[in-house]
Design a protein around this ligand. Sequence first.
Ligand code: AHG
Ligand code: MN
Ligand code: MN
Length: 347
Amino acid sequence: MFTHKPIRRFITLGQFIIERQTDFPFAKGELSRLLRDIGIAAKLVNREVNKAGLADILGDMGETNVQGEDQKKLDVYANEQFINALRSGGECMAIASEENEDLIDIDSAVSKDAKYVVCMDPLDGSSNIDVNVNIGTIFSIYRRPEHISGPTTIDDFMQKGVEQVAAGYVIYGSSTMLVYTTGKGVNGFTLDPSIGEFCLSHPDMMMPKDGAIYSLNEGNHLHFPDGVKKYVKYCQEIDKSTNRPYSSRYIGSLVADFHRNLIKGGIYIYPSTHKSPKGKLRLLYECNPLAFIAEQAGGKASDGFNRILELQPTSLHQRTPLYIGSVNMVDKAEEMMRVYSAETANQ
Ligand code: AHG
Ligand code: MN
Ligand code: MN
């Protein structure tokens, strides 16, 4: 006998964005189109990442970027794809990218009424590209402040993280996912390669309040502030009531470490070190977007003392220490910083 199985309804990223359009602070479809453009670029980058071992796309460009870091071919490719998608989409007036020293002004006919600026790390975790380990893209979207008019200036970007209207990341991994928030919770979409669409797979993502994973580069231990050294010791102590010792997991791709901790619970720390007193990670296109997502999922993000989203940016590529993840774990790390490293608070 023929029986009807219920048909599972796939919700694609495009459908979801349209259904949720009224959630957006300015529900005119512009932000929806921006997110759509980012989704398209993510698919193009995913295609290259997937065949990275085959094509001539592994390895170094032989150039360094503004941070003095070696650029990989995929860093450059991803940067170009996201810039092109945002340029031709018509909603983005300017971009700040890890790979470009200055802001990229989009001065095209289709963008003449654009009101949004985008900050992005087009390829996060570049050191993992050549070894087939997860990498990602991080993005953050702001609306131009009301009081600014005329050509784009750096002031369009000097907005605190609390002003973000949307933020997200793409993780290119065993499957490829796009996770984003517009300030009404966090939703995750998995790319179905058979239909070439991101489909809603992780609705209303919430980060566990506690976790049992800590993620930081312990090779830098001798250079950590005392508060971080004490917190790592705390993570390693035996205490059944709090599930300790915790497991140490560090991929070296912020997106991937964050994504795992978002789902399982955990904390990621990139503190100030003696070598890098401001830490390594960049406020505008690494810390702020992930902080927005963490908070929307019930987690927390701090520089060890202050909320990341309230830090005032003063330059496009500024760095900040980052403590991000399950709220109770970040609270504990902050407590250790206050007690043992108060002197580093305003460095
Ligand atoms: P990017 O590849 O965009 O330069 O970012 C690398 C970042 C981040 O993804 C990662 O967590 C961190 O650098 C790793 O740094 P260490 O190698 O110093 O641990
Ligand atoms: Mn990065
Ligand atoms: Mn990068």
